[in-house]
Write a protein of this length. Structure first.
Length: 135
C-alpha cells in the first residue's frame, strides 16, 4: 500500500506557519511525514497570495513565508488539474476538490465549513485537522 495522498487547504497551512505546535501544524507534519502532500498551481498561488499580505508582517518575516512555500513545493507532489469541478458553495474552495479528484487523494484536511459540508466528496473524506490526527 502506498502513502496516503493528502490535500491540505490554505487555512491549515497558514495556521501551521503561524503556530508551530498547533493542531493544524501537527496535521501538516503528519501529512508530510507519513503521507504524500498534494498541491496544484492554483492552491500554491492562493497560499503565496495569502502569505504576501502585510497583515502577516508582525508574525512571520517575508523571508520565512517565502521559505515555507519553497519547502512546501519540494515536499508536495504537484498535480496537474485536467478535470474541473464546481461543487462547493464557495467557488474559491473548488480548487481543493479539483486537486483531490485529479490527484487521487485519500483525504482532504480543512477547517473550512464549506468544504467540510461536502464530506465525503466522491468517496474522499473531508476532515478537520483534529479528526485527521485521530488514529
Amino acid at each position: 500500500m502506498g502513502r496516503e495522498r493528502v490535500v491540505v487547504d490554505t487555512n491549515v497551512l497558514v495556521s501551521r506557519l503561524l503556530v508551530a505546535q498547533s493542531t493544524p501544524a501537527l496535521a501538516v507534519r503528519k501529512a508530510v511525514d507519513t503521507g504524500q502532500l498534494l498541491a496544484s498551481a492554483t492552491t500554491l498561488e492562493e497560499l503565496a497570495d495569502v502569505l504576501s499580505r502585510r497583515g502577516f508582517d508582525a508574525y512571520v518575516t517575508v523571508a520565512d513565508r517565502q521559505q515555507f512555500i519553497r519547502l512546501l513545493v519540494r515536499v508536495a507532489e504537484i498535480v496537474p488539474i485536467t478535470l474541473r469541478i464546481r461543487a462547493c458553495r464557495d467557488p474559491n474552495d473548488d480548487k481543493f476538490i479539483e486537486l483531490a479528484v485529479n490527484g487521487s487523494a485519500d483525504v482532504i484536511v480543512t477547517g473550512d465549513r464549506a468544504l467540510l459540508a461536502l464530506d465525503p466528496f466522491r468517496g474522499i473524506p473531508i476532515v478537520t485537522p483534529s479528526r485527521y490526527l485521530r488514529p
